[in-house]
Design a protein around this ligand. Structure first.
Ligand code: MN
Length: 134
């Protein structure tokens, strides 16, 4: 896997391949902070290769995404997908079904601040995903 695209767009390590049960394509996770104090939340750096995205899921306390590189999609169920890029901050309310991931032609990197638990659901439909970039 070549990572030269990322050299100027992220500050944390690539980490390990993310759990394939919850992702489509090549995604990587580096945990940045797992200490229970002072924040009762874990912070992970997630890197998506072009075309990679997570499955639909929800967070029982919510989640904040800090986009640090590339270009990706964020979509809440029943709403249009939103194109997001470096510097965007996404505030995800509790128990809102959503997914996030790279566009078809860009790497995408975000920090994910996640208190509470994540409930993983079905993959994003391939046809739906592919028509986003058209
Ligand atoms: Mn999420």
């Amino acid at each position: 896997m070549k990572n030269e695209h990322l050299n100027n767009s992220t500050i944390f390590p690539l980490g390990q391949k993310a759990n394939a049960a919850y992702f489509v394509g090549d995604a990587y996770l580096q945990m940045v902070s797992t200490d229970p104090a002072p924040l009762n939340a874990v912070i992970g750096n997630v890197t998506f290769a072009p075309g990679a995205r997570n499955n639909w899921h929800s967070h029982n306390v919510g989640q904040v995404l800090l986009v640090t590189g590339g270009e990706g999609w964020y979509q809440e169920e029943g709403k249009a997908a939103r194109l997001i890029t470096t510097g965007d901050v996404i505030n995800i309310p509790p128990n809102v079904k959503h997914w996030h991931g790279a566009t078809n032609d860009s790497w995408f990197v975000h920090l994910a601040i996640t208190p509470g638990e994540t409930q993983w659901l079905e993959p994003v439909d391939n046809e739906w995903y592919n028509q986003l970039s058209m």
